[in-house]
Write a protein of this length. Structure first.
Length: 158
């Protein structure tokens, strides 16, 4: 019995310590990350990839974080030669059997009215809500302020 308790505790901590992905039965979140913010900054962003493993389209309808007063799903795109950012109030579609990348210069989760700066080495706790899959908890590691992509995962390299 003690052996099973130790195994259960070890499994819990192994999963809790891994920021590489989060998932529900149909939605998998891969490579979540955020960029550090300078002192005094009031906004930040979280990036990640959403994989929909189900046979039906889903939709990211909202996000929440205790680090910000407001959290929105945003899109950046060039319109008439000008980069524009806007909230996607209707949610972000995630195709059946497909994925959507939230990355700098494109879709992202916007943290507005930060309660404290995002510092490299810390994590941003985020709750993503999907129309069908429900809530998915994510821990996004904060990278250096100059980071342009998530940290490399070397576990699969040979």
């Amino acid at each position: 019995m003690k052996f099973l308790q130790h195994c259960a505790i070890a499994a819990f901590f192994a999963c809790a310590a891994s920021p590489a992905f989060a998932q529900s039965a149909s939605i998998k979140i891969e490579q979540p990350w955020a960029r550090a913010t300078p002192a005094g900054a009031t906004t930040g962003a979280v990036y990640l990839t959403i994989e929909n493993k189900s046979a039906a389209e889903d939709r990211l309808t909202s996000a929440a974080s205790d680090l910000a007063a407001t959290t929105q799903i945003h899109e950046m795109k060039v319109v008439d030669g000008i980069m524009k950012m806007r909230e996607i109030s209707s949610g972000l579609p995630v195709p059946a059997g497909g994925s959507v990348a939230l990355k700098p210069g494109g879709y992202h989760v916007m943290l507005i009215d930060l309660k404290k700066p995002l510092k490299a080495g810390e994590k941003v706790a985020l709750t993503l809500t999907f129309e069908k899959a429900g809530k998915v908890e994510v821990q996004a590691p904060v990278q250096d302020i100059k980071a342009t992509h998530p940290p490399m995962d070397h576990k699969d390299m040979k």
